[in-house]
Design a protein around this ligand. Structure first.
Ligand code: SAH
Ligand code: DHB
Ligand code: MG
Length: 216
């Protein structure tokens, strides 16, 4: 099925996305710098962008910047004085992302924090910033439950949290699975502070999915 999945992603991109050399170049810059090509697919990136616009997000949190591909899409959904705070642990990734945000002309709206998510999130909490309207969690998977907990704490009521890679080829439903995919979903099910679901996705990223949670 993967050929069909790729073909549909390409069709969607061809029909519904504007041609955009900035995004193509951002991905190419990551590739040239030897970064892993594990950014969200184009339709997934546009979904994040449309969700941000649909809820009128002004403040967005991202954990896991990579080369800034999803970050550019999210930053472009923001109004002029909007803000994307994005956290990246790897200095090389952050360097490529910083250049990509500048090329995309969104650098004034992007606050890139270099450091491990679990070090930076408490710092952000201590800064007492306005709460986030949308969070996208896409970093080291074993910390997903901890990231969700921080995202809930840093969100306004009604905010949306999106978590990547929760299906992992179906591993989430396998009781013997060790990937930890199920742990984050179970956390969402047990936390009374969120109402959540999982949407399975196929496409250029194989068979995976997003968890979507609204903060109560
Ligand atoms: N959201 C990006 C892809 C992120 S890939 C996009 O779709 O374009 C995952 C990123 O998380 C990698 O860049 C990796 O270096 C980063 N990462 C891994 N562990 C992390 C941690 N503990 N804290 C912050 N970032 C981390
Ligand atoms: C992979 C995919 C991801 O979306 C991610 O965040 C990390 C790793 C992967 O395919 O290995
Ligand atoms: Mg991911």
């Amino acid at each position: 099925m993967t050929d069909a999945w790729d073909a549909v992603d390409e069709f969607v991109e061809g029909v519904l996305h504007d041609e955009d050399p900035i995004l193509t170049d951002a991905v190419a810059a990551g590739r040239q710098a030897g970064l892993p090509e594990i950014q969200v697919s184009a339709p997934q990136a546009k979904l994040l962008h449309l969700l941000a616009r649909a809820i009128g997000a002004k403040r967005v949190l991202e954990v896991g910047t990579l080369a800034g591909y999803s970050g550019i899409w999210l930053a472009r959904a923001l109004p002029v004085h909007g803000r994307l705070v994005t956290i990246e642990v790897d200095e090389r990734h952050a360097e490529v992302a910083r250049a990509n945000f500048a090329s995309a002309g969104v650098d004034e709206r992007v606050d890139l924090r270099l450091g491990a998510g679990l070090d930076v999130l408490p710092q952000i909490a201590a800064e007492d910033l306005d709460p986030f309207d949308l969070s996208f969690i896409d970093a080291d998977k074993p910390n997903n439950a901890a990231y969700l907990e921080w995202a809930v704490r840093l969100s306004r009521p009604g905010a949306l949290i999106v978590l990547d890679n929760v299906v992992q080829g179906g591993a989430v439903a396998d009781p013997t699975d060790q990937s930890g995919a199920a742990a984050a979903v179970r956390w969402l099910g047990q936390d009374p502070g969120v109402d959540a679901t999982v949407i399975q996705t196929v496409g250029a990223k194989g068979y995976d999915g997003f968890a979507l949670a609204v903060v109560q």
